[in-house]
Design a protein around this ligand. Sequence first.
Ligand code: ZN
Length: 331
Amino acid sequence: MSRKLLLGLDIGGSKIEARLCEVIYDESGQYQFYNRTKELNSLNSLAVSRIPTQRDLGHDNVMSRLKELIKQVCVDANVELNDLSGIGIGLPGSVDPETGIMINGNSKIFIDQDIRKDIQSIFSIDIDIQIANDANCFALAESICGAGKEYFLETGVNYSGQIGLGIILGTGTGGGLIYKGDIFSGRDGGALEVGHSLLVTDGSPCYCGRAGCAEEYLSGPAIQSSHPDKLPSLEIFKRAEDGNDLELQIINTYKDHLVNFLTNLTNLYNPHFMVLGGGVSNQDTIYNGLEESIKENSFLKGKSPKIYKHQISDSAGVLGAIFLLKEKLNL
Ligand SMILES: [Zn+2]
């Protein structure tokens, strides 16, 4: 048995989560989970802490509180910073796979900032720091120990043979593609910015400069803004469930958009499965008939993907950030 200590940071627009984990290896030196013989308990969580991002206070303020957060989880886990083997970070935007720098996203304070260098200089440590888009981290975690595992148990096709898509339906709409074990980032980290693919011709204007982007129809705020009284999306789902006509109509329109969106992705990537995350994905009603509708509409009839609700709790993002350190995990 040997162990390594890894720190994951999920830096979002509204909160930051830090999780310090120890990875246990079995006698053969293999990370046990990869062999699907054990549950995730071979990645032991030693300490977890969350803080609000408060991005309106600016980049320097966030970085100084991030520093305190990292120190705190080390204290809580009773380990020294120098004992860490690596840090994985998820950021809310497109991240250049080479430099780890966020190129675009709606949390502007992180754009063009070299967070890897900042952390290394704040703590005067030379440590392996891997950074990726948060939707990619979600997709990676779900592929390794969530939806990908479910798919394996159902079909026998394991992680290294799977093509899986993780789709976030939350404050924004994003996506990540895991192709046979690896994140597909594109040249500059801009791949799978699916929230900015056209869904409605001449539709609502989007902050990216286009109009009719998927995010304008599939995010939580989009549901809210489609209601005449701008009710919160949760309330709209509840009223629809209670049989109110207006809200039912809004949710049915939402579901139609979702079918079109996921069918487009099916025709583009022909994945084994798609897994949905983010606040809207907690609404069971969106799954009613979803897989069947995609099956009917997709180009390869009868070959459409399995659709899963997220299998890992809120922590998929931070676990995915840890999984970015794949060399440290023998993944
Ligand atoms: Zn857009």
